[in-house]
Ligand binder design. Structure first.
Ligand code: NAG
Ligand code: NAG
Ligand code: NAG
Ligand code: NAG
Length: 958
């Protein structure tokens, strides 16, 4: 009974321990949030918790209460329970969009009093009930678009006293009166209720007082009746009526009702053109921005013509109308336009005078059309600042194309099959700042930029067919700060090609065919302010390991970033020891995927400022710490897929400033405490996809990864075991690390228990097996003594020839017969306890000393002897010596016949007798000579191993 109780209490203690540990774990405000990434330090008030696209089925637990942004979008959550979000009192922005939320318990957001933005778009909500938005007094922005909402409780939006923007588009409200609660919110300024199946919009059904509304989106509703009978939209500025596609009855009783509308979207509207004209009248005085997409060429043109009569109109967008051509009169009313957007049409022809009246035109987009040359209509548009000609079929640029466009700031000519540019094409573009000529058929830039472009700061000529850079290509672009030449076929670059680009900040040469011979110090000379250089995805390769006679970047004193990753044709192979010489300001070095097997120890001696280093996808299995020694400022090290097996090199390199360590997809098995201690500033550790060892070596790491507050370990909950084999594929976090941790309490418990049990056992043993215990004790002493003596004895000669063990009852025989014969006649030296034992010394010590200082031990055995405990002990010690030294030291002399059953309690003795020398004192009538002779022989036998010794069986008769 008692035992049972004890066991169950032990169990429950254990259970409690485990339980409290679990509770602790779930309460921890730690960094390693399951399935989420934390951005920003834990104590910062701008912390973002990002959990999007993680296949989550529930809101993640234990989101740190300091989180300001929580993004759980694109998951599989279907229910938000009342307590799922808890009290995130700092949360400003919550994104729950693109889930499968059908059910939202009332009060689910009540702990989020500071929430300002809530995104519930693209879910499966059907009803907005009264308790949804409890406590969200500070919410300003709410997205509920693309749900299945068909009902809204009249009290649902009452708490939302600060709401400014609400998106309810893409739901099933059907009747505008169902949307009435949303019009009642006191601060609401922007309301999207498109695509809800409304067949009418009547002001009397939404409000009878005037609203603050500035933006109203009614697009994609099959509205048949649009009836404004009261002045409820005095502040409305933007009205979206796109795709109101069933012949609308437009009934706006007073034009004044829309007195502030300046942006109007009538795209895709289906309405008779006459009706539309009437409709446009409604906005006659204020409209400035009109969007007319998807109307077809005729309708768009006639509406545009009408709209341009409105004096205030400045922006007209006519995209996607299949417009083929523009003739002289079609846009002649549009003299006030500043922005004209004709993109996404089929324009092939634009009359010379099409834009003649547009004396204020600032921005013209002709992108995505079918123009085969720059339309002459744009010449002399002296106010034009932005011109977009991208995605057309222009093949040449001539000298007159941009005539007199002196105000032009930006021109996009990308995505044209451009193959030639006349050298004077840009001559009038004195103010141009941005020139984008990507994706054309140009194979050279020679001479194109010789005149007119002195203010260009940004030039992009990517995805062309350039094969070389000539010495003077960019000579006149003195203002250039960004030069993009990626994705060409550039193989050679003239020395001094960039000479004179004093302000150049960025030079992008990635994805070309540049080789080690095309980069030389003279190529990169004259760029005193260059900060960013992209040379990745080229063909730079060094097969030998010699240092360079002239390091290529030695003049780039200001360079801050250099990217050389991914070199084709078997990779770069070697970063030569002085490759980076001269880059004294270098902070960022991207050198991944170069087929490097090692790094020269001097590689980074020239770059003391380096703080971000990426060496991913190189096979740096045997990287040594020397390489990192000069990098005292390194704060971010990325070595993804680099064959690393251990991070010990980091410990030795002592990189104190490391904050970000990404060692994904290597072969690291264990992360130890020493490493983590070395990198004390680490804030982000990405070691996903390593070959973790799921044993106690990682117990410390797991604990640290989950609980520490300074370092976020990315996706620690997804780490998989690689070792031991039977654990492969399991989660590292599932390792039962309790079995590794020595719990102090548990230790005390175990010790105490053991002590008690031991005491019990000892007293039990003492009571029942007293003598055995005592013998064992002495045996043990003998053993110790023996160990001590062993060495000495092999060398020293023995003090005595024999130790005589006998009972006092047999003393007479010993003194009268044995002693005179052995000491007197045969001359042996004997040790007798009454004569030779040292007085005052413990008797057992005397016995042990006596036996060990004698060559042999003679036990004189009689009934008395067997009854005496001391004698037995002497046998024990002697037989121990026998077994220990493997020497036949024991001679048994039987004074009387002892029946075998009497011997048996002396367990050892029986077996000894069976094998060892034993002699029997002859009966009184028999002759003693043979006995003495045999005893002498037995005593003479020296150091023979007992295995070799023949048993003197002829002497015994037992
Ligand atoms: C957050 O803590 C770090 C040290 O742990 C400290 O340097 C930093 O100033 C703290 N930031 C805020 C916003 O409290
Ligand atoms: C709500 O906003 C007001 C004004 O910005 C602010 O003073 C108040 O602290 C906010 N309430 C909460 C719970 O954050
Ligand atoms: C707009 O109103 C002005 C007078 O306010 C009138 O001259 C003009 O013709 C009207 N425009 C349209 C398109 O009705
Ligand atoms: C450019 O403008 C100037 C003055 O505005 C004018 O004299 C000249 O003829 C124009 N050039 C062309 C080619 O139209």
């Amino acid at each position: 009974m008692l035992n049972l109780k004890m066991i169950s209490s032990v169990q429950s203690t254990f259970f409690l321990l485990v339980l409290s540990y679990c509770v602790l774990l779930s309460l921890i405000d730690g960094y390693s949030l399951k399935k989420c990434t934390v951005k920003g330090s834990l104590n910062s008030t701008t912390m973002k918790v990002l959990c999007y696209k993680r296949q989550l089925r529930a809101v993640p637990e234990s989101v740190p209460s300091r989180a300001r942004v929580l993004d759980i979008s694109y998951n599989k959550i279907s229910v938000i329970k009342k307590n799922d979000l808890g009290d995130l009192t700092n949360l400003h922005n919550l994104n729950l969009s693109n889930n499968m939320i059908e059910e939202l318990e009332d009060g689910a957001f009540r702990g989020l009093a500071a929430l300002q933005e809530l995104n519930l778009a693209h879910n499966r909500l059907i009803t907005i009930s009264g308790g949804f938005f409890q406590n969200l007094f500070n919410l300003t922005l709410l997205r509920l678009n693309e749900n299945h909402i068909s009902n809204i409780s009249s009290s649902a939006f009452l708490p939302l006293i600060s709401l400014v923007m609400l998106n309810l588009s893409g739901n099933h409200l059907q009747y505008i009166h169902k949307a009435q609660p949303v019009f009642q919110m006191p601060r609401i300024q922007e309301l999207h209720i498109g695509k809800n199946g409304f067949s009418s919009f009547e002001t009397c059904q939404v409000s009878n007082t005037s609203l603050q509304l500035q933006v109203l989106d009614l697009s994609h509703n099959p509205v048949q009746l649009f009836k404004i009978t009261a002045d409820i939209f005095p502040h409305l500025e933007t009205l979206d009526l796109a795709f109101i596609n069933v012949g609308v009855k437009w009934d706006v009783q007073d034009k004044n009702y829309f007195r502030n509308v300046d942006r109007l979207n009538l795209s895709g509207i289906e309405m008779a053109p006459e009706k539309m004209k009437i409709m446009l009248q409604t906005f006659n005085s204020t409209l400035s921005n009109l969007r007319l997409y998807y109307l077809g060429e005729q309708k768009a043109k006639s509406l545009a013509k009408e709209a341009c009569l409105i004096n205030s109109l400045t922006t007209l967008r006519l995209q996607s109308n299949n417009i083929n051509s523009i003739s002289e009169n079609e846009l002649k009313n549009c003299s006030n336009l500043k922005v004209l957007d004709l993109a996404e049409n089929d324009l092939t022809k634009i009359t010379v005078l099409a834009f003649k009246s547009m004396s204020k035109l600032n921005t013209l987009s002709l992108s995505h059309n079918k123009l085969s040359n720059v339309p002459t209509a744009i010449r002399n548009l002296s106010t034009l600042e932005v011109l977009d000609l991208s995605y057309n079929s222009i093949t040449t640029l001539t000298c007159s194309d941009f005539t007199n466009l002196t105000q032009l700031l930006m021109v996009h000519i990308y995505r044209n099959p451009l193959s030639s540019v006349e050298h004077c094409a840009f001559q009038d573009l004195h103010n141009l700042k941005t020139l984008i000529i990507d994706s054309t058929a140009l194979y050279t830039l020679k001479g194109y930029f010789m005149s007119g472009l002195q203010n260009v700061t940004y030039l992009s000529s990517s995805r062309n067919k350039l094969s070389m850079i000539n010495r003077d290509d960019f000579k006149c672009l003195q203002s250039l700060t960004h030069l993009h030449l990626p994705d060409n076929q550039i193989k050679s670059i003239d020395a001094g090609a960039f000479q004179g680009l004093q302000k150049l900040d960025l030079l992008n040469l990635q994805s070309n065919k540049i080789t080690q011979t095309s980069i030389s110090a003279s190529v990169f000379s004259g760029l005193p302010n260059l900060k960013q250089l992209m040379l990745n995805n080229n063909c730079i390769s060094y097969s030998s390991q010699d240092s360079l006679s002239e390091p290529p970047f030695k003049h780039l004193k200001s360079l801050y970033i250099i990217a050389i990753y991914s070199q084709g044709n078997n990779g770069m192979k070697n970063i030569l020891s002085n490759f980076l010489e001269g880059l004294t300001s270098l902070k960022i070095f991207w050198a991944g995927n170069l087929n490097l097997n090692s790094l020269h120890p001097d590689t980074f001696t020239y770059t003391p400022e380096l703080s971000i280093l990426d060496l991913s996808k190189n096979y740096l299995t045997t990287i040594s710490s020397d390489i990192f020694m000069p990098l005292k400022k390194l704060s971010s090290l990325t070595m993804i897929q680099s064959g690393i097996q251990s991070l010990d090199f980091l410990i030795e390199a002592n990189l104190k400033e490391i904050q970000l360590l990404s060692i994904r997809k290597n072969s690291i098995a264990v992360i130890n405490e020493t490493l983590i201690d070395t990198v004390s500033k680490l804030s982000l550790l990405d070691i996903q996809g390593n070959e973790f060892s799921c044993d106690c070596d990682n117990a410390w790491f797991i604990d640290w990864a989950v609980n520490n507050n300074n370092t976020q370990v990315l996706k620690v909950d997804e780490f998989k075991c690689n070792y031991p084999p039977y654990f492969r594929g399991n989660r590292l976090l599932d390792l039962d690390k309790d079995s590794c941790v020595v719990d102090v309490g548990l230790l005390c418990f175990v010790c105490t228990t053991s002590f008690v049990l031991l005491t019990l056992l000892s007293s039990f043993l003492y009571h029942f097996l007293k003598w055995q215990v005592v013998y064992t004790y002495y045996l043990f002493l003998a053993f110790l003594y023996d160990k001590k003596q062993q060495k000495k004895q092999t060398l020293q000669s023995f003090q005595y020839d024999a130790f005589i063990s006998y009972n006092t009852h047999d003393e007479l025989w010993v003194m009268k017969k044995l002693l005179p014969k052995l000491e007197g006649e045969q001359g042996w030296r004997l040790c007798l306890h009454h004569r030779d034992f040292q007085p005052g010394k413990p008797i057992m010590d005397n016995i042990v000393d006596g036996i060990y200082s004698s060559r042999k031990t003679i036990c004189v055995i009689s009934h008395h002897y067997l009854e005496s405990e001391w004698c037995s002990r002497e046998i024990q010690v002697a037989s121990f010596r026998l077994f220990d030294e493997k020497k036949d030291v024991l001679i048994l002399v039987f004074l009387e016949e002892i029946p075998p059953h009497q011997l048996s309690p002396y367990y050892r003795m029986r077996s000894i007798i069976k094998k060892r020398t034993y002699l029997t004192w002859p009966k009184p009538e028999e002759d003693t000579d043979v006995f003495w002779q045999n005893l002498e022989v037995a005593l003479e036998a020296k150091d023979t191993s007992y295995e070799e010794r023949p048993i003197l069986s002829q002497l015994g008769r037992i």
